[in-house]
Design a protein. Sequence first.
Length: 133
Amino acid sequence: WVHPPVAVYERVAPDVERGECHFVLMAFPHPDDPTALDRTPNAEDLYYHDRLPRSERAGVEELRALVASGKPVIVVLPVRLQWRPVLPADLVPVVRVEQSHWPHYRYPVLVFNRLPGNLTLDELAFLARGAQR
C-alpha cells in the first residue's frame, strides 16, 4: 500500500521533473516544527518533505502565482480540517478528490488548470485512495 500523497507524487514526478507541472504540499507540518506531531493524525505526514523531493510548499499567495503560470498544479492538503487553509473564491480547482477507506489517510487532492500529462481522473481517484503496488 502506498500513502496517497506518495502515490500521486510518484505518478506525476516525471512531469514535475520536466517542469511541466507543480506538486504542492499545502499546510503540511515540517519535521523541524516542535508542534508537528500535534498537527497530524499520522507521523507519515512529517516525512513527506523528504520523500517527495521535488514537491513545493506554498501558502495561498504562492499557490495563486503557481496557478497563474497556466501549468497543471496538484495540491495535497492535510487530513485534519483545522489545518487546511481556506482558499479564496478566485482559487477554484478543476478537480477535487477526497476519498479513502481510512479517515487518517483521506487527503484532499486538488487540481488547478488541468490534469498533467496523460493522468486520468480515474487514475487520480485510485491514487488518492491509497494505491496498491
